[in-house]
Design a protein around this ligand. Sequence first.
Ligand code: FE2
Length: 366
Amino acid sequence: MKFHLVIASPSFDEGLAFFLDELGFTLERITPSENPSLAILTGFGISICLDKNAETGPVVLRISTADPDLHGLEKTGPNGTKIIYDLNPDEQTSPTSEEPSIAISEGSTAHWTDGRAGMKYRNLLPQGNWNYIASHIKVPGTGPVPDWVHYHDAQFQIICCYKGSAKLVYEDQGDPFIFNAGDCVLQPPYIRHQVLESYDGLEVIEIVTPANHSTFSDHTMTLPNDTHNPARYFEDQTFIWDKAANRQWHSLETANGSSHEIGKTGIEIASARNGDVQLLRPSRSGETLSDIIPSPQQGSSKFVLWFVLSGTAVCDRSSSGQQRIYENDAISALNTHEEGKDVVFRNPSSDFSLLEVRIPLNPPEN
Ligand SMILES: [Fe+2]
């Protein structure tokens, strides 16, 4: 079976010349030979049936090109066919904001939008054209997720399970597994994966950069695949499923002598230092709970996102003032490396815990 896009061409020879000579299509077949009225043409990844007798309306063909001289050029062909030369979707870039910003996205007033397959999305970043995507995603209920085998060309992508659980499967990583609250995965570039099921109101936090990455379907691979190779490099990164159940907590002393607890994930190493994820909570000495002064110094990061997993504290944003924060709130520090604007979490409740995601100022060149 083969699909052809039918384009009506009452002035058949003129239409044929337009596609062959002006646009550069290739003639595959023409019939009948004595008085042609139908031609199959291929080019630019499509197949066209030019038909003298078809009664169809005009069509628009968008041709992706890397040639800057052609961008935006429009041509009109037979029967009003419009040809638009355009950039590849993944080459379409608009300048991303370099403005410094420290902002709080409050969970209580969050704006949710409907995504594919019944998913609900909340943007955790302030308004602006950032080169990062930070989302809080909900999949209500329990059941199969209508996902398919796909992959992304992002440089750094992590997903942390906040509530509920999901059954996930990844290329070369063996059987599907249950992704539980507190677990984090690093999705290296191009790794094929699929969400199979979600349970008990799944909620995840996802961070991706760059913002204009693409998602591709893989119609040839089924998961789980036969190869088991967890050490495989995808670009220079490896897959990692960091389990909350195995997490080791350490006390971390910061510059002013204060200390808090930190739960490391293996994401910094697995991502070849393209980013890092860790969990933070206050340390307790007697009745006193420590402030959380995130470290390393935020000056070494271009992007930091904190998501309040539980409890409450006061977020002290130096010049931008103090604000009480609660579970579901997200605090982002974007491009603040030159400003010296550090964020401190003061007077935490005993159940206060934060997810922290950092992207360094100078990620390694790929
Ligand atoms: Fe995905």
